[in-house]
Design a protein around this ligand. Structure first.
Ligand code: F0G
Length: 447
């Protein structure tokens, strides 16, 4: 594919680009146009998409969003009808229907299962399965908005660094939009399903000999110097899409918030998006109280947890290592935004070992639901917080499962075939001769 990226940055912004939003710096509050290609403030601060909540208050209501729940999938149905992201477009990105790049995404299930509840020690436990999005992770919710914004800005190419899911999602949505995609991934450190997706959807895939944090540094330089539009969660439009996880789960509970939302945390984009969504939902009168957010990191990649333990007095970075490759990140980009979530939601951060993650995953998998390792950090974190008496067994908890089981088949097979000596719930296969007697003997033993 011929790349023509020299005449970026902004290309030709579409005349229908939204003007009712702007970008605002978290640190110094400086405002910029939403039509500017910009990921950070001149002062170095992170940016938010700013919505005029005063102006929106009379326009949005529970009724408005509930009235949009009736869409039936069919040919040429507008994405605004059957997407669990664009249903909330007024408080995400007020793009016009023609511009929207959608699969469509969202409308993910809320699972319940006695085994998982019992294991985690919480009766009213629901799993919001974001791994059941079109490309198998929650990233699709951010990417539909990010790629729509790229189109509105007239971007000639889009890029991201990724531990795998963002690159899979970017590759798919860029292909839908007909925009070339560049993905920077840590060589050898992403799960097979995710690499397969980036290649299959046609992204220019660059395997960087380094970790995610190295790839992230590099893609930022590439985007700044070559005028490619950056679609990591540093880009605030991505986070606007990810807010819809929270809007959708609140709507799923008829706008009665649970006590806790527990989610895995790596680059902290989702943690950041959840806080903003909850704050805005309350400001807009969609809910009257805010659940607490618990962000869970893998012990070997837990810079946010370690900073939390210092009450965020010190920003800690680490050399990351964990089986949950999706969250193998040592220097999370959305650090300040995620601290804001902790403040807004009376939130907390936990850390779980790889063994705890893999055991939690085995429990979720054995219920017929299934998820990738990073996702199970939420359930492992819940169990730990329940045991510590922080989350009470009678409280209502939603754990977010962020990615599909099929993303990382190797991690699952390794767990069940002996690579984890401490595995609690391994279900190893048995090799047999092609012989009826052998089958009978084996089934007697097993049943
Ligand atoms: N779970 C999964 C399955 C992920 O892929 C990620 C992040 C997270 C949790 C953590 O979310 O970064 O917002 O705190 N994956 C990114 C990627 C980094 O490149 O796909 P976060």
């Amino acid at each position: 594919m011929e790349m023509s990226i020299n005449d970026l940055p902004a290309g030709n912004p579409s005349s229908s680009a939204p003007t009712t939003i702007s970008l605002q710096c978290l640190a110094c509050r400086r405002a910029y146009s939403a039509l500017e290609v910009r990921y950070q403030c001149d002062c170095g601060g992170l940016l938010d998409v700013w919505h005029d909540l005063e102006a929106l208050r009379p326009q949005v209501s529970r009724g408005l969003f509930d009235g949009r729940l009736s869409g039936v999938p069919g040919p040429r149905v507008a994405p605004t009808t059957n997407s669990g992201v664009w249903r909330y477009r007024e408080i995400i990105l007020p793009a016009t229907i023609d511009n929207i790049v959608s699969r469509p995404e969202g409308n993910t299930p809320l699972y319940e299962h006695d085994c998982i509840s019992e294991w985690a020690g919480v009766e009213k436990l629901f799993l919001k399965h974001e791994g059941e999005n079109p490309t198998g992770s929650f990233k699709d919710r951010g990417m539909t908005v990010g790629v729509t914004q790229a189109k509105l800005l007239g971007a000639n190419a889009v890029a991201c660094a990724s531990t795998g899911n963002t690159s899979a999602s970017l590759a798919a949505y860029a292909a839908r939009a007909g925009i070339p995609a560049l993905v920077f991934i840590p060589s050898g450190k992403i799960a097979a399903g995710k690499l397969a997706q980036a290649l299959a959807y046609g992204a220019h895939t660059l395997q960087i000999r380094g970790d995610f944090d190295d790839a992230m540094n590099l893609v930022r330089q590439v985007c700044n110097q070559m005028g490619v539009y950056l679609l990591n969660s540093l880009n605030p439009f991505r986070l606007e899409g990810q807010k819809s996880i929270v809007f959708e789960l609140l709507q799923g509970f008829q706008w009665q918030p649970p006590d806790w939302i527990v989610l895995p945390a790596g680059n902290l984009g989702n943690t950041a998006a959840f806080g903003k969504a909850l704050f805005e939902a309350q400001q807009l009168g969609l809910v009257d109280r805010i659940p607490r957010v618990a962000a869970v990191q893998a012990a070997g990649a837990s810079p946010f947890y370690q900073s939390f333990k210092t009450n965020f007095a010190k920003r800690i970075t680490v050399k990351p290592n964990t089986v949950a490759t999706a969250i193998r990140i040592g220097k999370p980009v959305s650090y300040e935004r995620a601290i804001r979530t902790m403040n807004w939601t009376n939130g907390l951060v936990a850390s779980v070992t790889d063994s705890e993650i893999m055991d939690a995953k085995a429990i979720v998998d054995s219920a017929g639901i299934g998820c990738e390792p990073a996702s199970a950090a939420s359930v492992a974190g819940l169990r730990q917080l329940q045991k510590a008496g922080i989350i009470k067994s009678e409280e209502t908890v939603i754990c977010i499962l962020t990615g599909n089981l099929l993303k990382d088949p190797a991690a699952t097979v390794d767990y069940h075939t002996g690579a984890w000596p401490e595995a609690q719930y391994a279900n190893p296969p048995t090799q047999l001769e092609p012989d009826m007697k052998a089958v009978e003997r084996e089934l007697e033993r097993r049943l």
